[in-house]
Design a protein around this ligand. Sequence first.
Ligand code: HEM
Length: 423
Amino acid sequence: EKPQERLPITSCEQIDLSDWDFWARPMAEREHAFELLRERDTPMFFAEPEVSYAPPGQGYHAIVRHADILAISRASEVFSSAAGGATNINDMPPEFTEYFGSMINMDDPRHARLRRIVSRAFTPKMIQKFEEDVQVAASTVVDELLEKGPGCDFVSEVAARLPLKIICDMMGIPEKDYRFVYDRSNIVLGASDSEYVPNADMESIATALLTAGAELQQLVQELAAERAEKPTGDLISALVNANLDGERLTLQELGSFFILLVVAGNETTRNAISHGLLLLTANPGQKQLWLSDIDGHAPKAVEEIVRLASPVNYMRRKVTRDITVNGVDYREGDKAVMFYWSANRDAAVFDDPYRFDITRDPNPHVGFGGPGPHFCLGAHLARREITVMFRELLTRVPAIEAGRPKRLFSSFINGVKHMPCEF
Ligand code: HEM
């Protein structure tokens, strides 16, 4: 957070989502700003950026209401991921596409064809098969936590470990490379934070991203060369041997697919687990309630954690033809940023939206994205991981509490970098 004094936000005119200073404001001020934005009749539009790698908002309609996010996500043939980038990759220099231009930045039918290569591995049935692996990995994390006790950095020693191990196992990444993947993921999703990229100017961020991309690309190429000779049933083998209308994935496509899966598969769930402990610590009554029936409350509690955590703050789209959605006109070429975090606090849908209620039902949050072709591929896996992690923690370390978190400085990821815990 920046030291200088700021005026409190009392009107939308004071809000500039394209300014990093906005994202440095305390959480309560940002919450209030999004409340004001949700109260407007039409989404607020922010000016076109002069530079790339800018935070969201510049040149965008800020889509902050739940109903608008649902409608825009459903109209995916007009609100394009290929033209406007789920992330801002499409606005970046071409070499970025080489590493980060994956299916998340594509439209159907190409997107659907690529997604099909791996989607079977993420169905509830397949995830069920992983249940034991997830359980064993979670109990190992808690065994080690108890051995070390009575406190640690919850993020690196608990929250990060389960999702990292599971996605690396699914991909076929050997254990010696877990740390490498973890560090590179932090750069890919946390480049705006000076802990990961010390000089947060555009050039340093670009260099750090490209270096991390190149290093991950190299890892996948080594693994892919082995799998091409001897497939092993992991996801890298599936990608190497995928047949898309008679064609193989190019090395570049393989690399960016790999980067998408390993980054999306570890960072987001890590943040959900960290936020989960924070929410339980701040709401001891809800923790007691969950403890009274750990398995019974888990499904709704996990959805509630994802709603309030909203680990992915937003995704972007570009309008490919004029369209009116919920009474608002969007013109061809306009961009839209869908703020999931804001929609998940929309009082029009969620009663008492800031309350952490592990029995909330219904809970139609958009933490995993809106309904449409890009809905999170890993949602079932993430839910299993969060469920099993909290089952282990609540059963074996029920006294565990979070200390003060160090949050990631980012407009894109609602991340927790470090967080002491005690038990
Ligand atoms: C897509 C959030 C866990 C893989 C998405 C999207 C969101 C999201 C919001 C929508 C992208 C869009 O609309 O453009 C989350 C959250 C997670 C999580 C909050 C954890 C709590 C995972 C995991 C994986 C994963 C464990 C495992 C590989 C993906 C992939 C996509 C995606 C591959 C792109 C899907 C596509 O473009 O078709 N995720 N995710 N996510 N997620 Fe997740």
